[in-house]
Design a protein around this ligand. Structure first.
Ligand code: GAL
Length: 347
C-alpha cells in the first residue's frame, strides 16, 4: 500500500490517494467519497493501462457536475420517481435533481464527503461514513462501510451497513470503464455479454414502468457477445428515450456472486473484465451524457460514450415498486452487497 496526497478540499480537508498493488493489477482509491480513481492492468502487450475515467486530484471530484466518476453512490443509487416514497405509512421527499426525479440520492451525495479510513493493509482498505437520520431525506442513521480488496486477478468491493431505524438502501460503484484505456475514444467497439433474459423498460425520464420485458429479439439482448455500438443507434424506443444504453438488466445470476453477470472485452488491448455480484440487477450506462465539456485525467476531454458504467444494484425506483426485490433495511439486519471485478487477456 502506498499513500499520496490527493489535494485539499474547499473546506480545507487534506485528502489522500491509497494504492493497492499485486502482480496483476493496481487500484487507487481516495478517502474523498471512497472513490475508485484508477485501475491499472496490463494489456496484451504488457503495457500498463488505466481503464477507468476520472480526475487527477480531489478538485475534479469535488467540482464534478453529475458524472459520478468512480463514486460509490448511496444511500440509494439510481432514480426514485418524483423523489418520493412511502415507508411504514410515512411519506418521504428527496431532492429533485434529474428532471422530475431524484437521481443518486440528490444534492448531498456520499461521493462528495470525506470518508474515514477504518482499516488498511497491503491488500485491502475499508472506508466508513456516518450517515445520520434524515440524511438526504432518508430515515434512520447508519454507518456505511466500503471495503476494496485485491484478489489475485481482480478486486472486490464490499458494502456494509446496519441502520437504527427502518430505511432504504441501494449502493453501487459508478466507475466508467474503457478497456482501450481511459481517454482513448469511445467504447463502441467493446464486446459485451450480459447474463440476463430480461430488463426493466422505463419511461422518458428513466423511471421503470414496473414491467419486466424479455430482451430476446431486441437491441437489449447481449446473451451472445456483441459490440456496444452494434445496435445502439437502432430505432428502438428504450434506446431513444435514454439516448443509448442506460437501463437495468434483470440478472439471470439472481444474486449468485459465484456466477459471471457481465463480460466486457476490448478488441484493441485484449483486456477482458468480468463482473460478479450479489445484486439482482445491473444498470448499464454507455456514457451518453458525457458531452465533451469535461476534462478528466491529464486534461483529456471525455466525449459521449467514452466510458461504460456497470452498476450492480437493486432495480431503479425499487422503493416505489413493492413487487421487486426490496431495498428496505431494518434495525438488526445487515446490508451487504458485493461486486467482484476480474481481469484477463483475450486469446
Ligand atoms: C447513471 C444513470 C445515467 C446518468 C449517470 C450520471 O447511473 O443511469 O442516466 O444519470 O448515472 O451521469
Amino acid at each position: 500500500m502506498t499513500v499520496k496526497d490527493f489535494g485539499i478540499t474547499k473546506d480545507g480537508i487534506a485528502t489522500k490517494l491509497y494504492t493497492l498493488k499485486n502482480n496483476n493489477l493496481e487500484i487507487s482509491v481516495t478517502d474523498f467519497g471512497s472513490t475508485l480513481v484508477s485501475i491499472v492492468v496490463p494489456d496484451r502487450n504488457n503495457k500498463p493501462t488505466d481503464i477507468v475515467l476520472g480526475y487527477d486530484d480531489v478538485s475534479g471530484y469535488e467540482t464534478d457536475d453529475g458524472y459520478y466518476f468512480g463514486c460509490n453512490v448511496g444511500r440509494c443509487a439510481n432514480r426514485i420517481a418524483r423523489g418520493h416514497f412511502v415507508l411504514n405509512n410515512t411519506e418521504y421527499n428527496l431532492d429533485i435533481n434529474n428532471g422530475p426525479n431524484n437521481l443518486h440520492s440528490g444534492l448531498n451525495p456520499y461521493s462528495k464527503r470525506v470518508w474515514t479510513v477504518e482499516n488498511q493493509n497491503d491488500t485491502s482498505i475499508t472506508f466508513s461514513l456516518e450517515s445520520p437520520h434524515m440524511d438526504q431525506g432518508f430515515p434512520g442513521a447508519l454507518k456505511m462501510y466500503v471495503t476494496y480488496e485485491l484478489l489475485e486477478d481482480g478486486f472486490k468491493i464490499n458494502y456494509n451497513a446496519t441502520p437504527d431505524k427502518d430505511t432504504i438502501i441501494n449502493v453501487t460503484n459508478h466507475s466508467y470503464f474503457n478497456l482501450n484505456g481511459e481517454g482513448s475514444g469511445t467504447v463502441l467497439n467493446h464486446s459485451v455479454k450480459i447474463y440476463a433474459d430480461s430488463f426493466t423498460p422505463a419511461d422518458e425520464t428513466s423511471i421503470p414502468t414496473g414491467e419486466i420485458e424479455a430482451v430476446k429479439d431486441t437491441p437489449m439482448d447481449f446473451n451472445n457477445f456483441k459490440t456496444i455500438g452494434q445496435d445502439i443507434n437502432k430505432n428502438y424506443i428504450p434506446l431513444k428515450y435514454a439516448n443509448g444504453y442506460d437501463h437495468n438488466w434483470v440478472l439471470a445470476t439472481a444474486g449468485d456472486v459465484d456466477r459471471t453477470a457481465v463480460r466486457l472485452v476490448s478488441p484493441e488491448t485484449g483486456i477482458c473484465l468480468s463482473v460478479r455480484t450479489t445484486e439482482p440487477g445491473i444498470q448499464i450506462y454507455s456514457g451518453n451524457f458525457l458531452d465533451g465539456t469535461i476534462k478528466g485525467k491529464g486534461e483529456i476531454v471525455y466525449n459521449p460514450r467514452t466510458g461504460i458504467c456497470l452498476e450492480s444494484q437493486h432495480y431503479p425506483d425499487s422503493p416505489n415498486k413493492p413487487q421487486w426485490p426490496s431495498t428496505v433495511l431494518r434495525p438488526g439486519e445487515t446490508y451487504q452487497s458485493v461486486c467482484i471485478y476480474g481481469f484477463s487477456i483475450a486469446e
